[in-house]
Design a protein around this ligand. Sequence first.
Ligand SMILES: Nc1nc2c(ncn2[C@@H]2O[C@H](COP(=O)(O)OP(=O)(O)OP(=O)(O)O)[C@@H](O)[C@H]2O)c(=O)[nH]1
Ligand SMILES: [Mg+2]
Length: 264
Amino acid sequence: MFDTLSDRLQEALGDVRSRGKLTEDDINKAMRQVRLALLEADVNFKVVKQFTGAVKDRALGADVLESLNPGQQVVKIVSDELTQLMGGSGRDLVFARGGPTVILMAGLQGSGKTTACGKLARHLREEKKLDVAVAACDLQRPAAVDQLVKVGAQAGASVYEQGTARSPVDVAEWALGQAKADRRDVLIVDTAGRLHVDESLMSELSEVKKRTKPHNVLLVLDAMTGQDAVNVAEAFAGATAFDGVILSKLDGDARGGAALSVKA
Ligand SMILES: Nc1nc2c(ncn2[C@@H]2O[C@H](COP(=O)(O)OP(=O)(O)OP(=O)(O)O)[C@@H](O)[C@H]2O)c(=O)[nH]1
Ligand SMILES: [Mg+2]
């Protein structure tokens, strides 16, 4: 998915790269191409503006144009800034010192929360050798519990569920107690989605948060929704704090710009 963007950027910088000498005009021309490439990849326009501005400032300053290979320096600046945009050093999950590390999954309906629970559980089990449990706290749809039971089992995680009779908040609290008693390393809490970021979703989430005190709240966003994912992230950020974002469905034909935009 990022391949298309990468190709377009290579193309945009092709002319600059091979030049022995560069003028401000050359930089401007190249930045116009870079801007187009990013916009076509569905990157938020504010992000694009900031990005090309930062690259230009650095390229025009600090003797880059007078250096021996200005083209390659400009390419390096673009690559540096892209890395920074993608998260720089990146953020890892926070792990609890004793007792289970709680990870709360939040997101809109169908964004990929339950699937992400399974993927994360498998990753933590296989790569970090952790004992992982998942908690079925999506009680909006009766089938949601069954789905997590299946996904959890496939990932080799224990599944804590109590059907749909109790409230999601009670199940969450109960599951945390179980995870402690069973000495699990990690508890991943699957929650219900809603069609929109609305009050009932947010109050349920904040109640679950209060009772389980998660070390990590992860917002799951559907990459296929493109720029709308950015709006959802903003709406969530306005209502409740989250520590990280999981972008689902990146294997689809999404243009990927959302990934670069959400970070900003
Ligand atoms: N191709 C692809 N499909 C995905 C991915 N993640 C989720 N899906 C599909 O998207 C649909 C919704 O995924 P779920 O994980 O059930 O989403 P959810 O957020 O738990 O949905 P609700 O519980 O209804 O709020 C399912 O059909 C998944 O198979 C992904 O990374 N790639
Ligand atoms: Mg689900």
